[in-house]
Design a protein around this ligand. Sequence first.
Ligand code: GDP
Ligand code: MN
Length: 385
Amino acid sequence: MKLHEYQAKHIFSRFGIPVPKGKIANTAAEAKQIASELGGSVVIKAQVLVGGRGLAGGVRLAKNENDAEQLAATILGMEIKGLPVHRVLVDEAASIRSELYLGITIDRSLRMPVFIASSTGGVNIEEVAQTAPQKIIKVPIDPLLGMRDFQARELAAGIDLPQNQWRTFSEIAHNLWNIYVSNDATLVEINPLVLTKENSLIALDGKITIDDNALPLHPDLAELRDLDAEAPEEIEARKYGLTYIKLDGNIGCLVNGAGLAMATMDIIKLQGGEPANFLDIGGGASAERVAEALHIILADKQVKAILINIFGGITRCDEVARGMLTALKKIKPRLPIIIRLVGTNAEEGMQLLANSHLTTAESLLDAADKAVAASREGNNGRPGK
Ligand code: GDP
Ligand code: MN
């Protein structure tokens, strides 16, 4: 789960990382009010969960409160990378001497968290990583030992930070590490970390991504989830314990197990088709959950065919089949559905489905073949055999 910049900055502030004074505004009038409280010279920042807001025109400097009102109105009417802007952050403007980068994420090949720092932070960090990789400093941190002072100094030296800033920088780095660990984050990032003309270090931007699997441990963070910023189907799916991710293709997939769902999507691709979603109904799926899964897939108007791939281990195939029948009775889908059931009680499951209008398949390859063919026929009104 990604946090908004203003939410990340609240956490920064609580953990002792300096951030600009600022407040969130829902309207241009509110932005004007906040700007006048802050003395007029402010930066107006779109709160959307994507990077590159600056380059898209979603971060603008205002000279005074009227300017702030106007810019806020413009930004509140924008869409950035397809996401409408509902709120803006109004921050006191900083005077920038230089922009640095500081972040922590997981290095999967090292199997360790890694600190990343650069003297060339700001909006072009991705480009720097490609064209001047020597300007990106990486320091892996042993999670059992935690962060050590010498590692903060290694980062400071690596980005040529003036020695008189090392102490403050080290504190910021330690605090960032504490945020990363105690919130079960997969990413924490300050870009830019700014050295101001007054010689202080301050976090002008903030990004935090929390590991979804850890959210039950952090109910306060789970509450920060911005439902406006997510696909409604994904929210609906989460309510029923389903993992659903919408994609661009036209073959809906209903699968039990994340690995099997990935394999199912792969094989659809291999046969020349495009999956419309990733959907893992999990183990021991009840009839109710299966019905909900079908409901969610069918809500996607792009879907032309559905491939159901169930491996019965803990989940019994007959239970899935019953779920299927309940759902079909309720929803009455009018598009081809191909189903493959193997494993525990597969035969019983198949028998239950024998009189329905589902197309059964012998193997996963056979199922993918049939689903791809059905999706090409593009006849939504025709029930499957
Ligand atoms: P992003 O583009 O989504 O990463 O948004 P940022 O919050 O990082 O802002 C983009 C850029 O706007 C920064 O790299 C700065 O160059 C500039 N910027 C942001 N806040 C201020 C500010 O208070 N003063 C000045 N002068 N520039 C700012
Ligand atoms: Mn940024």
